[in-house]
Write a protein that binds this ligand. Sequence first.
Ligand code: NAD
Ligand code: TYD
Length: 330
Amino acid sequence: MKLLVTGGCGFIGSAFVRLALARGAAVVNLDKLTYAGNPENVADVADHPGYTFVHADIADADAVADAIRGADAVVNFAAESHVDRSILSPADFITTDVVGTAVLLDAARRADVGRFVQVSTDEVYGSIRSGAFHETDPLAPSSPYSASKAGGDLQVLAWHRTFGLDAVITRGSNTFGPRQYPEKLIPLFVTNALDGLELPVYGDGMQVRDWIFVDDHCEGIWAVLDQGVAGEVYNVGGGNEEANLGITRRILELTGRDASLVRHVADRPGHDRRYALDTARLRGLGWEPRHSFEEALAATVAWYRDNRAWWEPIKSGEYRRYYEEQYGTR
Ligand code: NAD
Ligand code: TYD
């Protein structure tokens, strides 16, 4: 099987590229290399005979038409993915997550690709007080990020309905693991804690997320690629609900730091209080998460401790300007 994977130099995409190659697929990885795209993330497979890299934008119809030739399936990870950046500057989110997705869909239809997998997020459902979201629940996104991902999802479903494209959607929960850009909660707090820097907790820190280890998320996407029913959506959740302050406490413990590093800062505008997913549909395909939250978090902290060469250049580059803008006035 030949796959066109987009965004394969990012956090989850790079883990998926590794998984797909290990399972015998050939992979064309098309990535724009935004601030979040890092060729280091796929350095270990760069010389694999089944691997090809294409430096391009998913919104570039000509480049996509070239790259998609001969692909049996597309797995679309490419996105602007950070809520706080979408609040500072929403435009790129619309261009990539909505327009880019539509360009890819069109190319997939023209190339008669057998399957299109849209990698989406639980954030499209919005916040939930109790219980868990099902795939049939309405979309109620809160941030420019989640609204643009919801726009992408709706394009995917429309292409299935109107053009008969074989398309499926995965909606993953908050993911963590090695190689996650240190703007997201876990890698930001781990790398700050390792350096003895403050951990900026938004508001009261009692917002709840459902955490999933990156390899479990990728195996869920693979199961949907392999066995999902065309036109269906599949939630991919780890079942590990925890408040941000709980995550913070765990990170302090794993890095040998104490609570003096915690700083409560102004809350995120439009901040969703809780995410939770019902995953029965995906479990019906035989998938279940294989990693315990405690062990995977400890392994993730160890990875950041052992791989300063990966994150130190990031934190001293473009990131510094972002960090100043994001946290400077809080
Ligand atoms: P990431 O920000 O780490 O990586 C995104 C990748 O996409 C980068 O390599 C970047 O260069 C590339 N990219 C961005 N715009 C592009 C464009 N226009 N054309 C081509 N490539 C482009 O993101 P991630 O955390 O790995 O997330 C991957 C996908 O999974 C996203 O679609 C995201 O919405 C979804 N998702 C993420 C999480 C999470 O917790 N990180 C949870 C659920 C779903
Ligand atoms: P994040 O990793 O940005 O994922 P998302 O917003 O997509 O769920 O944030 C996870 C949670 O952590 C969210 O409730 C916001 C909170 N958070 C902080 O309290 N401080 C921070 O510096 C960051 C980045 C996030």
